[in-house]
Design a protein around this ligand. Sequence first.
Ligand code: UDP
Ligand code: MG
Length: 312
Amino acid sequence: MKKISVVVPMYYEEEVAEECYIRLKKVLNELSNEYEHEIIFINDGSKDKTLEILETLASNDKNVKIISFSRNFGHQCAVTAGLRSTSGDAVLIIDADMQDPPELMKDMLELWKNGNEVIYAKRKKRKGESAFKLLSAKMFYKALNGLSDVEIPKDTGDFRLVDRKVVDVINSLPEHNKFLRGLFGWVGFKQTPIEYERQERFAGKTKYPLKKMLKLAGDGIISFSNKPLRLIGGLGIFSIFISFIILIYALLSFIFQWNNLTAGWTSIMVVVTFFAGVQLSSLWIMSEYIARIYDETKQRPQYIIDKRINLE
Ligand code: UDP
Ligand code: MG
């Protein structure tokens, strides 16, 4: 019998944990004459009752497995840890808040049986998300696809069904600051989208504040593109060009005495601040790359597991 593994990251999800289990279990039970299953919950350092609730579930159901982190390492690390503990032939990655309907799993499995290896869920509509979130997501995917060399489907999160073969490849990638949806695109294999309507959160608030979204966006762009670095070259040439024009103007005005040279305060300020801006923003781009190179070289683990339950 084939096995499905479900990976669910959780960060302060005490309000949804149980509902999440019930909804997942309902679908998995309906599929139980065809598939065995396991549900791997990752407690990403929540300090509320999330872990307690999960532990109760795990003590009554051996198919519920728990990985609990020593602190919050972030959604992408939680999913990474989950993927590494899966043993199923197909792996479903899903959010805990039931914004992604687990019932879609059935259609995904059909597509999987037909030979598709990554079935990614594409949001046709998004309910209950702020105009700001929708706009920022749209801009992000535009920027990302403009910059990166891999096609990263827009309106697609991490909600997807993935074949064992692809999971093994993803598990073998050692990089930190993972941007999973990009990596899933990058590895290739037979991919297909499936459309769905993104629901409202079942309960609680988003665990992705602006700061975490920006970090994710930075990881996405930096780990899938070196165009920002090349942009610095472009900026450099552009500023040489500008300074050349200023040079000619300065020489001409000196030769022909166009104006009183001591009155050059405005032009000097403009030039100095402009070039300072160009240099600092170039440095900023470089430091974003360097910071990530530094992260990689430290060779620290991507996450620390405090506790494993029902997992050897
Ligand atoms: N999450 C996590 N660690 C974090 C932030 C979020 O494991 O640091 C989990 C969260 O519990 C949820 C999923 O990642 O299962 C997506 O988070 P959320 O629904 O808050 O994001 P949104 O849907 O608002 O983008
Ligand atoms: Mg959500």
